[in-house]
Design a protein around this ligand. Structure first.
Ligand code: 0L1
Ligand code: MG
Length: 258
């Protein structure tokens, strides 16, 4: 497919996000859409946002737990890009009308102290981390009914739409197997462990370095990396108070309005 058509795909997804209107899957009109082409579309989509003044803030890893793979019927780790405009104020209020059909999921966030790219060990990855924090990601597929094939979701910035980060802790804090409880208005809706993220969230950082390195990029100092959802995601509704507890790491909360 020509660059012009891939650019059209990026424009379509950008418009869908800006107007909070669902769009048909790209694979409906182009069944041969490949993952490499989808990452090219994702980059064009982000370039449109950078041109509007958004700044890079890091990366997100997606489908890093079995619960997430089962929830969306896709079985491959994917990645996307974060911008400063996606960061939400912890404890604040999220307006649901800005999104198509937003969901939230508990995550572990890393902030990088050193550059990291390519094939690295878990020890090297940890040495490049400045701090670790409890986090939540807002995912919002721009596709109708939250349904997509792998290239569709990659092109759509791996559904990333927003994120919350709690208090940063020392990089050597053990986050390998933290109990996680996500509550809605005080009622638990998802219970899991950070170990659901590839067995240990640091493995997700290792994957992030490898995958962004393959794209000629690197995790840079100051970048935030969301390691991936630890449980299935919860569909947001107005009036909800979302609070997630991460055993010894703290909690993250926000409210949802119409
Ligand atoms: O962060 C994630 O694991 C989401 C990746 C895309 C799939 C979805 O929209 O749930
Ligand atoms: Mg996620």
């Amino acid at each position: 497919m020509s660059n012009v058509s891939l650019a059209d795909f990026a424009a379509k997804l950008d418009e869908a996000a800006l107007t909070a209107t669902a769009t048909p899957q790209l694979t409906d009109s182009y069944p041969g859409f490949t993952a490499d082409e989808a990452y090219a579309v994702q980059l064009m989509l982000l370039q449109r946002r950078w041109q509007r003044g958004e700044k890079r803030a890091g990366y997100k890893m997606g489908l890093t737990s079995r619960a997430k793979m089962v929830q969306v019927g896709v079985s491959e780790v994917i990645w996307g890009r974060l911008t400063d405009a996606m960061r939400q104020e912890e404890g604040g209020t999220l307006s649901k009308s800005r999104f198509v059909h937003p969901r939230v999921e508990p995550e572990i966030a890393y902030i990088m102290g050193k550059e990291l790219s390519g094939n690295v060990s878990a020890v090297e990855a940890l040495q490049a981390v400045e701090a670790v924090a409890p986090a939540m990601e807002i995912i919002d597929s721009r596709y109708q009914n939250f349904k997509f094939a792998l290239p569709d979701v990659i092109a759509d910035n791996s559904s990333s739409s927003g994120f919350y980060v709690g208090s940063w802790a020392k990089p050597d804090t053990d986050v390998s197997n933290l109990g996680i409880v996500m509550e809605v208005n005080g009622r638990p809706v998802q219970i899991g462990s950070s170990a659901a993220i590839l067995g240990n969230p640091i493995r997700s950082l290792v994957s992030a370095a490898k995958l962004v390195g393959r794209a000629g990029e690197s995790l840079r100092p100051g970048d935030i990396v969301l390691a991936g959802g630890a449980t299935a995601a919860h569909a947001l509704a107005p009036g909800e108070h979302i609070q997630t507890h991460f055993q010894t790491l703290g909690r993250v909360a926000f409210n949802v309005e119409a």
